[in-house]
Design a protein around this ligand. Structure first.
Ligand SMILES: [Zn+2]
Length: 252
């Protein structure tokens, strides 16, 4: 049971019917794999077409002040493309290419999301929860609002009429939610696929995965254990099953 701020309680939902098309929208290369990589792999294995859209170029994703940002951005595009393929995604990944750390949720960016939604026609959109409290990184907040605002604009014909026919997804799943109410369960094989996709982002080992020596296998094992523990503790059913959890929005 989940307790909400209002005191209302409700049973969490589990394991949506596999959609035919899903679009995941992340701020940076690797956010999608952290947020919903296992869910995407599960759906792809059952015939769902999976699409990735990444808003920024990831050019500031390092602790090394001497790194060439443009070279890092190129490397991260390759890593993201590899990760999407590992999950069973449909090529190509859509890269909006906004500068890392400077993403805004304005009308230009919203139009780009509308274009992607109307072109790819997903049944379900997965994205950052923009309402997560005390979130510091602005790109995650803006990417979340771009996804939610983009869905509203994509579904109605008078928004961006120059961008094609409206398309209304049936659901959104928001990861990083303060109040998750839906879980997608992962078996060991799907967990390993999520890990493999995360490890494709090798430029991020030090800054987000706590791995600063690639020759030290124990650090990669520790990373795997941290992800496994997080997914196990996530379980809304409190049965320890590996789960990715979301806020489900099913009225669009
Ligand atoms: Zn990120």
């Amino acid at each position: 049971m989940t307790t909400y701020l209002s005191g209302e309680t409700a049973s969490p939902s589990q394991n949506l019917d596999v959609p035919s098309r899903a679009l995941a929208i992340g701020a940076h290369p690797d956010d999608i794999e952290f947020g919903c990589g296992g869910t995407l792999a599960k759906w792809a294995a059952k015939g769902c077409e999976i699409f990735h859209l990444v808003c920024t170029d990831g050019s500031k994703g390092t602790w090394d002040p001497d790194v060439d940002g443009a070279a890092l951005a190129r490397r991260r595009q390759r890593e993201q493309t590899d990760a999407a393929r590992i999950l069973g995604g449909s090529a190509p990944v859509t890269f909006l290419g906004w500068t890392d750390g400077e993403l805004e949720s304005g009308m230009v960016q919203r139009g780009q999301i509308v274009e992607a939604i109307r072109r790819l026609k997903p049944d379900i959109i997965l994205a950052h929860d923009p309402w997560k409290r005390y979130r510091l990184h602005p790109d995650h907040r803006h990417a979340g609002f771009l996804a939610t605002d983009g869905v509203v604009a994509a579904r109605d014909p008078l928004f961006f009429p120059e961008l094609g026919a409206p398309h209304r997804p049936s659901k959104m799943l928001l990861w990083e939610a303060d109040q998750p109410d839906h879980e997608e369960n992962l078996d060991e094989e799907l967990f390993q696929r999520k890990l493999l996709a995360l490890k494709a982002h090798s430029s991020q080992y030090e800054s987000t995965m706590g791995v600063n020596r690639l020759d030290d296998e124990s650090q990669l094992v520790a990373f795997e254990n941290r992800i496994r523990t997080r997914l196990s503790e996530n379980s809304l059913s409190h049965n320890g099953q590996l789960s990715e959890v979301f806020k489900l929005i099913d009225k669009i």
